[in-house]
Write a protein that binds this ligand. Structure first.
Ligand SMILES: Cc1cc2nc3c(=O)[nH]c(=O)nc-3n(C[C@H](O)[C@H](O)[C@H](O)COP(=O)(O)OP(=O)(O)OC[C@H]3O[C@@H](n4cnc5c(N)ncnc54)[C@H](O)[C@@H]3O)c2cc1C
Length: 286
């Protein structure tokens, strides 16, 4: 298979890129998946004073340095989000947000954390009308009504994909301007408040209106780790790892903010380095 790698890394912040550099130095066949060109948590920092070698640097400049370093080291970065990772026993299957499949012998999870509250009812109805992945669950909503809550213009592609199958798609943008949404989709500018239903979802209650629906897709930059990787052990929202950055799944490592506090660039980069070395050892033992 063409899309098969030694190591697949999900995330391009300091954790993911540090892991990628170490793996390239060890001559491994590695691919990095990234939602966007740079990590917003790096890009948005006004001034950074605690990154070794850079007494004072802006987030934009540090992000640029990371990209240059990755380029010089010929790290293969694909700008597409991963929607789900399947543990297939001997290898991992990764499905991208545009529905392509990749395979890797090991996986390094470095997709950071997104702080922010879930909508009331979101967790309770997960799998019963609430979904985080259009490409995974769209078939369930053929001929039905769905609502998509998008958090960035990148989410519009998933809504467009749903519009080809569902009878009606409503799109609620949690950002200023819709960019490339299909004409079939009805845009509603409102604020989601609560997800309600009985056995399954039936309504999205918003500030000014209520939408009757069969399903609600909540699209965020990052999803809960156990949603992305079914079977992954998580505690208080963070991936459980040991000092080798090993998770409970063989050949699956995690690093950076994803493993918990402290939330720091150097800690993330350090853990990425450890995860990469552990992945090399794992591959050697196979
Ligand atoms: C404004 C601000 C200022 C900060 N200042 C400092 C500071 O001065 N010093 C310091 O040490 N720390 C600082 N931090 C904390 C620091 O940003 C984080 O600890 C660090 O970025 C964590 O790195 P990471 O690689 O784990 O995750 P991130 O940097 O969050 O990177 C994760 C990447 O993965 C991508 N991703 C998520 N899900 C997926 C998916 N499914 N598929 C593909 N890609 C995905 C994300 O888009 C993101 O690009 C600051 C944070 C903020 C928000």
């Amino acid at each position: 298979m063409e899309n098969r790698y030694d190591v697949a890394i999900i995330g391009n912040g300091p954790a993911g890129l540090s892991a990628a550099l170490t793996l390239k130095n060890r001559n491994k066949n590695v691919i990095v998946f990234a939602n966007s060109k740079t990590s917003s948590k790096v890009e948005k920092a006004q001034e950074i004073h605690n990154y070794l070698g850079f007494p004072e640097i802006s987030g934009t400049d540090l992000a640029q340095r990371f990209l240059e370093h990755a380029k010089v080291s010929q790290v293969h970065i694909v700008e597409v989000g991963i929607s789900v990772v399947y543990h297939m026993g001997e290898y991992y299957g990764l499905r991208t947000r545009n529905n392509e499949m990749y395979e890797a012998k090991t996986v390094i999870l470095a997709f950071g954390v997104q702080f922010g509250k879930l909508y009331p009812g979101e967790e309770a109805f997960l799998g019963r009308g609430v979904s985080y992945c259009a490409t995974c669950d769209a078939m369930l909503y053929r001929g039905k009504k769905v609502v998509v809550i998008g958090n960035s213009p990148q989410d519009e592609a998933e809504a467009n994909f749903l519009a080809d199958l569902a009878e009606q798609v409503y799109y609620i943008p949690n950002y200023k301007k819709v960019e490339s949404l299909s004409e079939k989709i009805q845009v509603i500018y409102d604020t989601p408040v609560e997800i309600t239903g009985d056995a399954v979802v039936d309504t999205l209650v918003c500030k000014n209106t209520s939408i009757q629906t069969d399903g609600i897709f909540v699209l965020r930059e990052s999803v809960a780790p156990a949603q992305l990787v079914p079977g992954l052990a998580v505690e208080d929202g963070y991936v459980v790892v040991n000092r080798k950055m090993e998770t409970n799944l063989p050949g699956c490592f995690a690093c950076g903010d994803l493993t918990g506090a402290p939330f720091q660039y150097m800690k993330a980069a350090g853990e990425g380095n450890v995860a990469a070395i552990s992945a090399v050892a794992y591959l050697a033992a196979q």
